[in-house]
Design a protein around this ligand. Structure first.
Ligand code: AKG
Ligand code: FE2
Length: 569
């Protein structure tokens, strides 16, 4: 297979040590036995680069073939560097596309240097710099001038060069087209290639789990801890709202290994007052963990979900004021396996876009989620893929950069069933315990409170994530069991007890009063008078950083008129 280690004679021009592999033999299993584990890893990484190249090849209509694979290591002991050069030239006329994947955990550019500097628009244009962070992928035309700045720590990268018969055609179609992807193209993108595992090794996560007579809650916890990279830094607060006949429903052995990290409280199901009140109760079990995650009691988690969320939030333009949220895809417990990836998981889905679909009969905004497609009128355009072409430069617009570089998409609304945010959100936008018996309406109200207090809402593209031997299955960060038929529900129990919509009992009265508060805070018709807590700037009211009018435009709801606006594409 590959040749041995080589290096350049003139270390001042190029100070790295190199190992080359033939792109096809890498794919064909012709290496020595002792090398096999490394080759397997390389193969996984290379396939990841190949899928990016294949996307670009399709988008631009230019065939691209992987020729050579290079592992390069700058020892970092003597400021090793690589001076300005292009990867293609007379000796390499068909080299077209350079894809680089950095393999440097814990890279700190302020002490280690080692940036890749590129001149995407030629030597007269301004250069862009890319930090060689773990798992970061950079793509550029091989004709682009670039250099590696002096490295003061060991710095490794995998490079694959792709060749085409006509590199100029490739370059020009890159330049001509902003690469506005069609949905077919976009769906074939291996999600965010920029996921990197530069790990946050200290943050703890508090997970809020209100449970109503849910026999799935311990399996949810087992998945939560079992699939985390660092389960010892995960803590759960569980509120069981159970009836006496539910005794024995929760198998303690499922959470035995983590019981020191599970804080519990139990209410009689009869005393349940809906999810918002339950979330408010669970919040009292928080003990200062840095992050807050709000989930439902019937969820499953993807491998390394903790690291992945910590990574994602760090890449939001304002990580301290950002909320990651989504309506997760469904799971069926019957289909659960260790790997949990089903054939359909191999198809890249778009991100889920949340929007207010209607106001219901009680005037409560209903939130819906749709998988993004270009034809979906509720869609926010996907990140343009031009970032793949000329290095990952900052555009000066942090929102755009987040979108472009990391597959983050701004979200109009937050879902109640999945929120991940710095735990300061617990102080800033606490669950409102006065919202008794509220079900629909919670999400829009909480979103408005968070947004007007300056919190940004984000969702993400589902990522291709290497899972065991199946490198490119989509392993979702989180899944949710959408069917309610397997369990008692709070709404169902209330109805059985006579608390239906037409009922004149206490429950209906209280719920109507709650709806009036929701409407009042949101500035909708039919609201009640606002008390101090719910007034503008009050603990359960709107914030003053952004206006409700702007939230209306953002979420496409005319709250004052009580109308849902049509969303433009
Ligand atoms: O490692 C890098 O950032 C770039 C390396 C490079 O330019 C090369 O090996 O040709
Ligand atoms: Fe290079």
């Amino acid at each position: 297979m590959g040749s041995g280690v080589t290096s350049n004679k003139d270390k001042s021009l190029r100070g790295d040590q190199l190992r080359f592999f033939n792109a096809s033999s890498l794919a064909q299993d012709s290496c020595s036995h002792s090398e096999l584990p490394h080759i397997t890893t390389l193969r996984v990484l290379k396939r990841r680069l190949d899928s990016v190249a294949s996307f670009m090849s399709h988008s631009l209509g230019v065939p691209l073939v992987a020729r050579s694979v290079q592992l390069a290591r700058y020892a970092g002991t003597a400021g090793e560097r690589y001076v300005k050069h292009a990867d293609s030239g007379p000796s390499n006329p068909t080299r077209t596309l350079t894809l680089l994947l950095y393999l440097n955990p814990n890279w700190d550019v302020s002490t280690m240097g080692g940036q890749l500097r590129l001149w995407p628009s030629g030597e007269d244009g301004s250069p862009v710099e890319v930090e060689p962070l773990m798992d970061r992928l950079v793509a550029f035309s091989s004709a682009t001038l670039h250099e590696v700045l002096p490295s003061h720590a060991p710095r490794s990268a995998l490079t694959v060069w792709y060749h085409s018969p006509d590199p100029d055609a490739f370059r020009h179609s890159l330049a001509d087209r902003a690469l506005r992807p069609t949905i077919e193209h976009w769906r074939s993108v291996p999600a965010s290639p920029f996921l990197y595992l530069h790990p946050d090794t200290t943050s703890r996560i508090f997970v809020s789990v209100p449970a109503y007579r849910d026999l799935d809650v311990h399996s949810t916890l087992a998945s939560l801890f079992g699939r985390a990279s660092n389960p010892t830094r995960v803590f759960a607060g569980v509120l069981y709202q159970d009836a006496p006949e539910d005794a024995g429903m929760h198998d303690p052995t499922l959470i035995e290994s983590w019981k020191g990290q599970v804080r519990t409280r139990t209410w009689h199901a009869r005393d349940a007052q809906g999810p918002v009140v339950a979330r408010s109760e669970v919040a009292t079990m928080w003990e200062g963990e840095e992050y807050y995650m709000q989930i439902d009691s019937h969820m499953r988690f993807g491998k390394h979900w903790d690291l992945r969320l910590l990574d994602l939030i760090r890449r939001c333009p304002d990580p301290a004021r950002s909320v990651l949220t989504t309506y997760p895809p469904n799971y069926e417990p019957e289909a659960e396996t260790e790997n949990r990836a089903t054939p359909s998981d191999c198809v890249a889905r778009g991100p889920v876009i949340l929007y207010v679909s209607k106001l219901d009969d009680n005037g409560m905004p209903r939130v819906s989620g749709r998988v993004f497609t270009l034809s979906n009128p509720h869609a926010i355009p996907p990140p343009p893929l031009s970032n793949l072409l000329n290095g990952v430069s900052g555009s000066g617009d942090p929102q755009r950069d987040a979108q472009r570089q990391y597959g983050l998409l701004p979200s109009r609304l937050a879902s109640a069933g999945f929120v991940f945010a710095p735990s300061s959100i617990l102080n800033d936008v606490p669950a409102d315990p006065t919202l008794r018996h509220l079900f629909f309406g919670e999400e829009t109200l909480w979103s408005a409170r968070a947004w007007t207090r300056g919190w940004d809402l984000w969702t993400w593209q589902p990522a291709a994530w290497p899972v065991r031997s199946e490198p490119f299955k989509l392993d979702d960060l989180v899944r949710h069991r959408w069917s309610r038929s397997y369990r008692r529900t709070w709404v169902g129990d209330v109805k059985d007890a006579g608390g239906t919509d037409g009922d004149n009992g206490q429950w209906s009265k209280e719920r109507t009063a709650t709806h009036a508060v929701v409407k009042a805070v949101l500035g909708m018709p039919g609201g009640s008078a606002l008390d101090e807590e719910h007034a503008l700037g009050g603990v359960y009211g709107l914030g003053t950083v952004r206006s409700m009018e702007d939230f209306g435009s953002w979420s496409a709801v005319d709250f004052a008129r009580g109308q849902v606006k049509a969303l433009g594409v």
